[in-house]
Write a protein that binds this ligand. Structure first.
Ligand SMILES: C[S@@+](CC[C@H](N)C(=O)[O-])C[C@H]1O[C@@H](n2cnc3c(N)ncnc32)[C@H](O)[C@@H]1O
Length: 385
């Protein structure tokens, strides 16, 4: 495995698989869901990090690494235009003191021409948004793009190829601390070709480990592969970048009512507020129905982890406590799982929840707020079973 540090973004294409099929630019239901999640998240992400301080304008960046044509066959907008739309909306919301810069990369000459044209037209409607279009492969252009982004400025990197992608690319993106990554992980293709001996080297690059071989005969294989991919991002970030707390959130995108989900979206961040914002973005895109929770949690898993984290007399605010849960249980929800577990533990008298603002009253057993403090009753005595 090559090192993922430094400015070498790789010469050969890190995307593996076909991207020239004729129906790729037909707008499918799952593309609409992906776009709804992306737009929802961009709004939340900018609302949190883009708020001007003391009237000083803020700039944030959207890196659309596999930008595409910017318009689908029947006229639907692609991600490069949707991001401009959000950028302009938030520019107005912050009274002109916020700017979104978009960096679009497209390798295919035909798609690039379409992208350039669509962006040019959209600039009339979204004049505050800065856009740079880069023709070529993202692997070749990434160094230049990041040299154009100010050191302290946050960037969301969207890795959305049609095919599969080596795990090295999201890892390289995490080496820049202000980056978050949003990945399309083609889980059904990976699942389908897992037992094809001619694809073994490809699988090694997708996962960055030979451990995928252990999953060849297991039930729920597609879900297990997604989990392995998420775990690998955490492991490789720790081992190769020295980043210990990477939050990985797999989102199961339902494929037009069929059982087999064609892909998962994977959000990779380092802050609990980002993870929570993505969960909300998914909820409001109406994707996360109960039946679609792909990686079900074992009973009491969240409660047990909370008790473990609060052991030794530690007191944590509810959202940082959720981060500890998310580091291990990727799909646990803030809305129900984390707050539900704190509520159950409080009702059983195992934890004490105190409002951050001591002048505020709170009812025992009500849902915890982000800044409420949570501690074990009795200061961290071991749990009696
Ligand atoms: C799934 S499409 C992008 C769709 C777009 N993100 C959207 O949501 O509207 C993937 C695009 O990536 C382009 N592409 C493939 N490999 C690439 C690479 N290595 N670097 C940049 N673009 C690439 C393809 O030509 C294709 O247009």
């Amino acid at each position: 495995m090559t090192s993922i540090r430094g400015a070498d973004y790789g010469r050969r294409s890190d995307v593996i698989g076909p991207d020239k099929q004729p129906d790729l630019w037909e707008y499918k239901e799952h593309t609409g869901l992906k776009h709804a999640i992306l737009s929802n998240y961009l709004k939340r992400w900018i609302s949190i990090l883009g708020r001007p301080r003391a009237g000083k304008p803020k700039t944030m960046h959207f890196v659309d690494s596999y930008a595409g044509r910017a318009r689908y066959k029947s006229g639907e907008l692609g991600s490069p235009i949707l991001s401009m739309e959000v950028g302009e909306e938030l520019h107005r919301h912050f009274n002109g003191a916020f700017f979104l810069e978009c960096h679009n990369v497209e390798r295919d000459a035909f798609n690039f021409a379409s992208l350039r044209w669509e962006v040019e037209v959209a600039k009339q409607d979204f004049p505050s948004v800065g856009v740079r279009n880069y023709q070529g492969s993202f692997e070749d252009r990434a160094g230049e793009i990041f040299s154009n982004i100010g050191a302290g400025e946050p960037a969301l990197v969207f890795l959305d190829p049609f095919g599969y992608q080596s795990i090295d690319m999201p890892l390289k993106m995490l080496d820049r601390r202000r980056n978050e990554v949003f990945i399309t992980f083609m889980s059904s293709f990976v699942n389908r070709f897992l037992t094809d001996p001619s694809k073994a080297a490809v699988m090694d690059r997708i996962f960055g480990t030979p451990r995928w071989r252990e999953l060849r005969g297991v039930p729920n294989r597609q879900e297990r592969l997604v989990r392995l991919y998420c775990e690998q991002i955490q492991i490789m970030a720790r081992e190769k970048l020295g980043v210990d707390e990477v939050l990985v959130y797999p989102i199961d995108v339902d494929f037009e009512g069929r059982d087999a989900d064609i892909y998962h979206l994977v959000h990779v961040s380092q802050h609990e507020a980002a993870r929570k914002a993505m969960e909300e973005a998914v909820w409001s895109a109406n994707v996360l129905k109960d039946a679609q929770l792909s990686l079900p949690l074992p009973d009491a898993a969240v409660e047990d982890l909370i008790l473990e984290e609060l052991g030794g007399g530690r007191t944590l605010q509810a959202l940082p406590l959720a981060k500890k849960v998310w580091l291990r249980h990727f799909t646990a929800t803030w809305r129900d799982d984390v707050r539900g577990a704190v509520k159950a533990l409080e009702q059983r008298g195992e934890v004490i929840v105190t409002p951050n603002d001591p002048s505020k009253k709170r009812k025992v057993g009500s849902l915890a707020k982000e800044k409420d403090w949570v501690e074990l009753r009795g200061g961290g005595q071991p749990r009696l079973v």
